[in-house]
Design a protein around this ligand. Sequence first.
Ligand code: NAD
Length: 416
Amino acid sequence: MSEQLNPFKVAQAQFDEAAEILGLDQAMRDLLRWPRREYQFTIPVKMDNGTSKVFHGYRVQYNDARGPNKGGIRWHPDETIDTVRALSAWMTWKCSVVDIPLGGGKGGITCDPKMLSDGEKERLARGWVRMVARELGKHRDVPAPDVYTTPQIMAWMLDEFETIVGRSHPAVITGKPLALGGSKGRTDATARGGIYTVREASKLLGLNPKGTFAIQGFGNAGQHAAVLHPAILGGGTLVAVSDTSGAIYNPAGIDAAEIIAFKKQTGKIKNFPGAKAITNDELLALNVDVLYPAALENVITEANAAKINANIVCELANGPTTPAADKIMYAKGIHVIPDFLANAGGVTVSYFEQVQNTYNYYWSLEEVCSRLDRKMTEAYHNVYRMHLDKKVHMRLAAYLVAVQRVAEAVKLRGWV
Ligand code: NAD
């Protein structure tokens, strides 16, 4: 039977396994395996050539028992309501596993941003906000960037929201440029947080933190991981990277600054001098100390999980591994740091951004990073303890920690 690759079905299957071990009652399961609210809408945009084009937009508020909904907005041609539902569920578990007082949400627009001019992107961003403005606010729902959305897009969205409500409200959206109330350290927070967990895992498992690493997906999360991995771990050799143009490999090492500059200049990593072309599948199968999936969902599946040869898989991307692949890697002894733990640094610094906006007082980069380090280290060790106590793989352990906390909040509110 073929593997289920609908990300929302995957998210529900992962939740169901945790709910069974936690012994949640049926009503709690029925509540927590679905979003509480969903919005789907159309966004008409005047294009540069004078025509109008209609885009499909989404906002899903998964669960706000522990605090206001929080989660990014993805712009992608393959975006569907089920992708947004899955991502909103993972946001709920993510905020819970790092114990920040927020719920989970996610948004998106089905579009190909590579085909849009800056003017078209601005009108699309403002159009999305107009459709959900009444739902947004620091006490209700706070969006942020995700795949193919940027601080500039957050700036347009903030401006549209403040124009609608007629007052300053910087905490309505995070991932803003610094000049509009963004937090220092937000841009690289996802990668930084993930590498803190790799550092902790390496200590506990006695692995070589200065060994080799490979990165699948070379956008925000992937590029920062290339730079920060050696900076935080005190060494390490980047041997392979990939993006939608292909993958490259050099066992002697790829210079992070050079490959980032090359990608900036040419828009892709393909044809980078000094590294040979390999396939994305070959990259995933490399014998490295750490593999960072940093692109999209369903990258490690039943079909290729047995070929993974990394000691640690640190999932900077959301949903890169299917449930069947999890079991295969667990049996192989691969230490998977699961997505909603590994990439929680992004939302943690987004939360810090909201806190700073609310106080109207801003922290130094050192302060942001040390607070992030504390949060990620504590969360990693909580999950690791659960993994040992219950003898389950790290993803299931992360679910047990996170779902238990959300279920407690739901119960205390008397919802079920
Ligand atoms: P991004 O748009 O900056 O980069 C995505 C990268 O993935 C691009 O380089 C693209 O070329 C590459 N890619 C897409 N499909 C690929 C494929 N099939 N093979 C190889 N590369 C491919 O996005 P990002 O912000 O870096 O997000 C990446 C992942 O990290 C997503 O799953 C996102 O949800 C997750 N994430 C990001 C943040 C954040 O703060 N940016 C926070 C938490 C989770």
